[in-house]
Design a protein around this ligand. Structure first.
Ligand code: BES
Ligand code: MN
Length: 458
C-alpha cells in the first residue's frame, strides 16, 4: 500500500516534466494544419508504452487521425482483459487573448499545471500510463491483461476511429474499458461516471442577396440574412426551454422516480453554481431540476454566430450571408442521425422567405449508459478509496465521450470511467489546468484500479 505512494512521491518531478512535454505538443485535432502535431502526440505516447514494456506498440491508421495501440497480455487467460482508453488530441486554444499564460507553454501555478489539454485529456491520460508503469516497476507485471488504445480525434472527429473500433473488434476485444477522462462532481465528491450524453452538431449557413448591400438603399427591400438567422434560432427552443422540433423528444426515455431520487441524493448545487458562474438564475427545460436537465434530458445550444460587421463603430450594411453552429446533447434512446435529420427538416420548414439555408452535419455521437451491475464499477470504487481516501459516488455526466458507445456496441464492453478532473479545470476554455495532486493521486488510484480489476471473476 505504501510502496506505491513512495514510488509516486519519488517520481513526481518526472511525471510533471512529462506532462509539460505532452502539453507542448499542439495536437489540435480540429485544425488540419496541425495534423502532424496530432500524429506526434500519438508517437510520444507510443514511446512511453514501449518503455513501460508494452508489445506490438504502434500507430494505427484509421483514415482520420491515427490511434495508438499497445498490449501486454501475459496475465493469464483466467484474468480479465482491460482496454485502457484515452485521447491525445485537444480542443482549439481559441480565444487566444483570454489566456493568462500561453496554452502550449505550460506553467505551474497554485498547485495546478496550466495549458491546453493539461486536464482533457493529457494529464488524465498520463494517470493511466504512469499507473501502468508503476505496476510494471513495482510488481514486475500487470495483474490483468491490458490493451492500450489512445485516440487522436476525440475532440474533433471524422468518426474514423469509431469505425476502426467496429472493424477491429478482435484486436480490441476486452472485458471492460478503463478511462480517465471525466470530472468529479465537486472538489469534495469523487465520482465514477456511468452515463454520458451523445450529440448532434450542425452548421447552418444563411444566404440572402448575391452581395453585401447598403442598408439604406436596400433596407426594407430584401430579407436580411442575419435578421433571418435570429428568427430561425428563436424558433428552435421556446421560452420554457422546450425544443420545438417535431419528434425531437419521441425516443427520450423518461426519468423514473427512482432515478430522480438518486439525482436528488447527490445534492442541490444551484446556489453554488449561480455564484460560480456569475449568473442571477439558472435556466433550462421547465419541470426538471438542474441535474435532471444535465444528466437525463436533451439540450440545445448555439455555439457560434457569424456574419456582417462586428468591428468598431458602425457600418450600414446588409450582409450577403451569415451562419451559426448549433448542437443538441442527446440521451438514451435518441439516435444522433435521426435527430440531425429532424433538425434539417425543421430548419428548412421555418426558413423565412428570401433566404436559403445550407446545412452541414458536423458531428454525431450516440449516448451511452454503463450496465449499473457491472462488477468492474465496484472495483473502481474500491480503487478510489485507496487512492484518494474517499468513497466515489456513481453519477451521470452531461458531456460526451463518443467512442464509449462504440465500445459497448462493438466490443460489448462497459466503460469504467475513473476521472480525476475538476469542473474548475476550465476544459475547452482559456486557462485550462489540472491539479498536480490529482495527477499524482490519480496514478496511485489507477495502480489500485488494475489490482481491483484482477479480482473480478471472468
Ligand atoms: N473529457 C471530455 C468529456 C467530459 C468532460 C466528461 C467533463 C466528463 C466531464 C471529452 O474530451 C469531451 O470534451 N468530449 C466532447 C465530445 C464532443 C466533441 C463530441 C464533448 O463532450 O464536448
Ligand atoms: Mn474534451
Amino acid at each position: 500500500m505504501t510502496a506505491i505512494r513512495d514510488y509516486v512521491e519519488q517520481n513526481k518531478e518526472r511525471y510533471l516534466r512529462s506532462l509539460i512535454d505532452f502539453v507542448k505538443i499542439q495536437s489540435v485535432s480540429a485544425d488540419p494544419k496541425r495534423a502532424n502535431e496530432v500524429r506526434r502526440a500519438g508517437q510520444w505516447t507510443a514511446d512511453i508504452l514501449k518503455n513501460i514494456g508494452f508489445e506490438n506498440v504502434g500507430l494505427k491508421e484509421t483514415g482520420g487521425h491515427p490511434a495508438v495501440y499497445g498490449e501486454w497480455l501475459k496475465a493469464g487467460t483466467d484474468k480479465p482483459t482491460i482496454l485502457c482508453y484515452g485521447h491525445t488530441d485537444v480542443q482549439p486554444e481559441d480565444p487566444m487573448e483570454k489566456w493568462t499564460t500561453p496554452p502550449f507553454d505550460p506553467v505551474v501555478k497554485n498547485g495546478n499545471l496550466y495549458g491546453r489539454g493539461a486536464d482533457d485529456n493529457k494529464g488524465q491520460c498520463l494517470t493511466q500510463l504512469f499507473g501502468l508503469e508503476a505496476l510494471m516497476k513495482l510488481d514486475g507485471k500487470l495483474p490483468v491483461n491490458v490493451k492500450v488504445f489512445l485516440e487522436g480525434e476525440e475532440e474533433g472527429g471524422t468518426g474514423a476511429t469509431e469505425k476502426f473500433v467496429f472493424d477491429n473488434a478482435k484486436l480490441l476485444a476486452c472485458d471492460a474499458v478503463a478511462i480517465s477522462d471525466t470530472a468529479w462532481h465537486s472538489a469534495e465528491m469523487p465520482t465514477i461516471v456511468t452515463s454520458l450524453r451523445g450529440m448532434a452538431y450542425l452548421e447552418v449557413i444563411v444566404r440572402g442577396p448575391s452581395r453585401d448591400l447598403h442598408s439604406g438603399v436596400y433596407g426594407g427591400k430584401v430579407q436580411n440574412p442575419l435578421n433571418a438567422m435570429g428568427k430561425i434560432i428563436a424558433k428552435i427552443q421556446d421560452e420554457n426551454g422546450v425544443v420545438q422540433i417535431p419528434g425531437f423528444y419521441d425516443d427520450v426515455v423518461p426519468l423514473s422516480d427512482k432515478e430522480k431520487a438518486e439525482f436528488r441524493a447527490v445534492g442541490d448545487e444551484d446556489e453554488w453554481l449561480k455564484k460560480d458562474l456569475g449568473v442571477k438564475a439558472l435556466w433550462g427545460e421547465k419541470g426538471y431540476t438542474t441535474l435532471e436537465r444535465n444528466w437525463g434530458r436533451p439540450s440545445c445550444d448555439v455555439h457560434g454566430i457569424w456574419g456582417g460587421y462586428a468591428g468598431k463603430g458602425t457600418k450600414t450594411v446588409i450582409a450577403a450571408e451569415g451562419g451559426f453552429k448549433i448542437s443538441s446533447r442527446i440521451v438514451a434512446n435518441q439516435d444522433p442521425e435521426k435527430i440531425a435529420k429532424l433538425y434539417e427538416e425543421y430548419l428548412k420548414k421555418i426558413c423565412p422567405p428570401g433566404v436559403t439555408l445550407e446545412i452541414k452535419v458536423l458531428h454525431l455521437a450516440y449516448p451511452m449508459m454503463v450496465p449499473i451491475d457491472s462488477p468492474f464499477l465496484e472495483a473502481a470504487a474500491t480503487a478510489f478509496e485507496k487512492g484518494f481516501g474517499k468513497r466515489a459516488r456513481m453519477v451521470r455526466e452531461g458531456a460526451s465521450i463518443p467512442i464509449t458507445a462504440a465500445f459497448l456496441r462493438a466490443l460489448k464492453a462497459p466503460s469504467i470511467m475513473v476521472g480525476y478532473g475538476l469542473n474548475s479545470d476550465n476544459i475547452h476554455s482559456p486557462d485550462e489546468c489540472f491539479p498536480l495532486d490529482h495527477l499524482y493521486n490519480g496514478i496511485v488510484t489507477n495502480y489500485h484500479l488494475y489490482h481491483e480489476f484482477a479480482r473480478v471473476k471472468k
